[in-house]
Design a protein around this ligand. Structure first.
Ligand SMILES: Nc1ncnc2c1ncn2[C@@H]1O[C@H](COP(=O)(O)OP(=O)(O)OP(=O)(O)O)[C@@H](O)[C@H]1O
Length: 274
């Protein structure tokens, strides 16, 4: 087997509190290759904190420990601030829930899509523009020229999320972390965006860590799923094996099909023991 893009061994994250450190991620070991890995679990199970640890974007108070947290052969737990900046500008990308909060309303789309090229390459303005237009086309935006010159307010939610994906992919990251990338979108758009992320992952040979509370939905796009519960990995398996999940918890998540009334709402928090 080839070396995975990301390897985490015994990853733990804790926050200090008056009663002592509270562990929100507790001894996780996993790897991500050039594949779509869905990270699923109920609200508060530690999915976002895991994604943020990989991006070096945890709150300052958080204490991270790991025997190994390596991306592309580089140890992350000892990375300097400038090392993180380099990595976030090239190797790693993050897509968050709502493009409204990720895109700067004061700048045109083109400038925002090109930003990583401006910071991390020596390309000319014309070359940057050309690459940005190519990427806007690749993410399925009609009339890339017009979108390039628009302000974010002129875009629908689905278009905004495509712009965010373009901005994250422009420097060809090896690993993309998408934290609930579709939960601010309508149901129909969710499938479109997940289809796009999956096909770009294959086309560009990337890894994608797809964080979601909706096991049913993401499993359709993921090669593998990793189920988290109360800061720990409950189970990992190929998506195709979900129907035969070992753990009661995974089976409960799998059976919790969203109805029209509950679609897009958070999963209930299952209490105590399995
Ligand atoms: N800054 C913080 N200080 C202390 N605890 C925090 C902080 N941020 C998050 N937590 C706690 O860490 C735990 C894991 O949170 P996390 O956001 O990773 O959950 P999640 O699985 O992504 O949930 P959701 O689906 O609701 O986003 C939660 O119990 C949360 O309350």
């Amino acid at each position: 087997m080839t070396e995975p893009l990301l390897s985490a061994e015994d990853l733990s994250i804790a926050f200090p509190s008056e009663a002592g450190p509270v562990r929100v991620v507790d001894g996780m070991s996993f790897s991500v290759g050039r594949e779509v890995l869905a990270l699923v679990g109920e609200s508060g199970s530690g999915k976002s904190m895991t994604g943020r640890a990989i991006m070096g974007l945890l709150p300052r108070r958080a204490e991270v420990r790991a025997k190994r947290l390596a991306f592309d052969g580089q140890e992350l737990t000892t990375l300097s601030a400038s090392g993180w900046n380099r990595l976030r500008g090239s190797g790693l990308g993050l897509i968050l829930q709502d493009p409204k909060y990720s895109l700067n309303p004061a700048h045109k789309v083109g400038r925002q899509v090109e930003e990583a090229l401006l910071l991390h390459t020596k390309l000319s303005a014309a070359e940057r523009r050309e690459q940005a237009l190519d990427m806007l086309e690749k993410v399925g935006l009609p009339d890339p020229q017009r979108v390039y010159s628009s302000y974010p307010a002129a875009l629908s939610g689905g278009m905004g999320q495509r712009v965010m994906i373009a901005a994250m992919l422009i420097n060809r990251p090896k690993l993309l972390i998408a934290d609930e990338p579709t939960s601010a979108l309508d149901r129909g758009l969710r499938d479109q965006i997940l289809t796009l992320l999956r096909s770009l992952t294959e086309e560009l040979g990337m890894g994608l860590l797809l964080i979601s509370h909706d096991l049913q939905q993401v499993s359709r796009y993921a090669n593998r799923v990793m189920v988290m519960r109360q800061g720990k990995i409950e189970e990992q398996m190929a998506s195709a094996d979900l129907a035969n999940a070992r753990s009661d918890y995974t089976r409960a998540l799998w059976a919790a099909r969203p109805s029209a009334a509950t679609y897009g709402t958070r999963l209930p928090v299952y209490g105590g023991e399995a």
